[in-house]
Ligand binder design. Structure first.
Ligand code: ADP
Length: 600
């Protein structure tokens, strides 16, 4: 399998700044070949005069590394004073967007958050969802989440479990960790064994403390895994190959529950630890490793590494599934999440929490290695096309040469409605043939690529079935020369009569690429999961497929040939999917894992 580094080496930069043309690797991993010079959409002058840069907009507090990476890639920063409203391609915020931002999104724009993400990023919501899924699909499937109680509401329930533990396991200690539901970075967290030490003055969760973490030279650690949800409808999940291993800076010791440096692995805490700068045995200085370094460590252990990676990827899928029914369709949004995974001494991975806007500060060289590559790959996942760089202008031009179409039932952005003339009343149009033109722009050598890499993405306007001719009677109140178009509103539930149509319009039916940079597609992983995640996601069918895959992987040690055959038939070989296993250095095809496992 071509390695991530090699894939990057295959990259050809056409203009030196803006548009990057990727070649098709042998395995078709990276194929955004923008054949825009041959399309004839833009004039010679435009071609010779260089390309319009893409524009990013950062909200105060957005990470500096995002600015750095985008500037390095030839983007320009949005300037409120100089530029017109809407004249940007990416809006990046650390906090959430307003409802209006989602409603007024334009075809060339992307936002770095989906709405309603607190459903899994708030500790109490996550605990609630996990409990619901345990009831619906069995505790065994969701046993990666430590039992948790939301206090004060569930104080009595917790008391019952606490007392039962004490009486049945006499002499055995049970430990709990108490965390404020809406804080992060280890703030307000404490451990306790005796309920008299449980004191809180805000909403908290009390979670079973994992007392047997895997230790490296006596130090506790957890994994920060970067996950990108490209869409919730259909569910499309990518996991990044690089990530962080975050260490505690004092040795693990259950006799000192008060030592946060021994029990918490947050960098925000450990960078103030006395031993942060000490060269700690095997761990080294500081408190972080890259995931690559952890892979080398794992390699030397006698463990089934592949199964561990697969279990972590399952945790991510099963967790995100819980949010699918709650997140409204949001075609131009993308979410970067930080999953915190703890591995115990028996190599079982546990989900600790899901972080909204995971920290992107560059505190040490490890951060630079991991986070810069991560942001760059995120931008690639956003799959901008040349037409996006021209923003209003580009969409104008396409409109002028084609019939004017607009998505049925879509609303005019309020901000544009409001101003009858002037800058905000400029046209924003999408032509009926935008999809086909854009396919030309991204003319990918699909013949060589089994999974149609990057041929469509968020923000792609769909072909004619998604757009209908403007109803002139409904348009009559508008300036006839300013026909305005926008993407489907995210809040489709508000438009009840057209909800079904809109839902199918906003969906991207093309199979997502299996790899983009160091992002590996982990869901969907076969045609069955792809189909089950369309429209109203069939969570039960998806869970069944996840279980089937896990069982096959787990039993493949014993039933070498049969499993190998079965997996080849059902894990994608021969259909549109050639899924990779997220995690190992050179990610193998999932179908190959069976033979790898069998050979062990
Ligand atoms: P925060 O959002 O404040 O970072 P976390 O839930 O991530 O809260 O917890 C902070 C740290 O506490 C984790 O990184 C981990 O080291 C430790 N921790 C949290 N929950 C548990 C648990 N159930 N068992 C063991 N360690 C835990």
């Amino acid at each position: 399998m071509t390695r991530a580094e090699d894939t990057k080496a295959d990259t050809t930069c056409l203009t030196g700044t803006l548009w990057t043309v990727y070649q098709v690797t042998e395995l078709g991993q990276r194929t955004d070949l923008h054949d825009f010079l041959g399309t004839g959409i833009f004039s010679m002058a435009e071609r010779e005069g260089g390309f319009a840069p893409l524009v990013f907009r950062l909200h105060g507090g957005a990470p500096q590394v995002v600015r750095e990476v985008l500037l390095e890639r030839g983007w320009e920063e949005y300037d409120e004073e100089e530029q017109e409203e809407g004249d940007w391609n990416l809006y990046w915020r650390s906090s959430g967007f307003r409802k209006l931002d989602y409603e007024n999104i334009l075809p060339w724009q992307r936002l770095n958050h989906h709405p309603k993400m607190s459903q899994i990023t708030r500790k109490d919501c996550l605990a609630r969802h996990m409990r619901r899924m345990k009831i619906a699909f069995g505790a065994a499937l969701y046993d990666f989440s430590p039992a948790a109680f939301i206090l004060p509401n569930e104080h009595t329930k917790f008391l019952g479990v606490y007392t039962k533990n004490r009486t049945t396991d006499r002499g055995k200690s049970h430990y709990w960790i108490c965390k404020p539901v809406d804080l992060s970075r280890g703030r307000g967290i404490f451990l306790f064994e005796d309920i008299k030490d449980l004191v809180y003055d805000s909403s908290v969760i009390v979670q079973r403390y994992i007392t047997n973490p895997l230790l490296i030279s006596g130090y506790k650690f957890d994994l920060r895994i970067y996950v990108c949800v490209k869409s919730f409808s259909p569910l499309v999940i990518y996991m990044h190959q690089e990530g962080l291993v975050r260490f505690a800076t004092e040795k693990f010791n259950l006799a000192s529950l008060d030592s946060l440096y021994s029990h918490l692995t947050n960098t925000s805490i450990n960078k103030f630890g006395m031993r942060y700068d000490t060269d700690k045995e095997r761990v080294g200085r500081g408190c972080k490793w890259t995931m690559s370094r952890f892979r080398s460590f794992l390699h030397k252990q006698d463990v089934n590494e592949l199964l561990l990676w697969h279990r972590i990827s399952n945790i991510v899928t099963l967790t995100l599934l819980t949010a699918v029914p709650c997140v409204p369709s949001s075609p131009n949004c993308l979410e970067l999440l930080g999953f915190d995974i703890l591995i115990d001494a028996s190599y079982k991975p546990w989900l600790l929490e899901v972080n909204y806007s995971p920290a992107l500060s560059l505190d040490c060289p490890v951060d630079v290695t991991v986070k810069k590559g991560l942001i760059s790959d995120i931008i690639d996942l956003m799959n901008y096309r040349m037409i996006d760089s021209f923003r209003q202008k580009g969409y104008h031009r396409k409109r002028s040469s084609r019939r004017y179409l607009r998505p049925e039932g879509f609303l005019l952005p309020k901000s544009l409605h409001a101003t009858p003339s002037g800058c905000k009343s400029r046209n924003h149009s999408i032509s009926s043939s935008s999809s086909s033109q854009d396919t030309l722009l991204c003319s990918v050598n699909n013949a060589n690529c089994p999974f149609h890499a990057n041929s469509k993405s968020i923000g792609d306007e769909k072909a004619p079935q998604n757009f209908v001719e403007i109803d002139s009677t409904r348009q009559s109140h508008r300036n006839t020369t300013s026909t305005i178009f926008k993407l489907p509103s995210l809040h489709v539930h508000k438009l009840k009569s057209t909800a079904v149509q809109l839902n199918s319009m906003t969906q991207d039916k093309s199979v997502p690429p299996c790899r983009v940079g160091d992002f590996i597609l982990t869901f969907p992983f076969n045609e069955a999961t792809w189909k089950a995640s369309q429209d109203q996601a069939d969570v039960k069918a998806i869970v069944n497929e996840v279980q089937k895959l896990t069982t096959r992987l787990a039993t493949s040690f014993n039933e070498k040939e049969r499993i190998k055959m079965e997996s080849r038939q059902s894990i994608g070989v021969g259909d549109k999917f050639e899924p990779l296993l997220w995690g190992p250095k050179d990610p193998p095809l999932l179908s190959e894992c069976f033979s790898l496992n069998s050979a062990k």
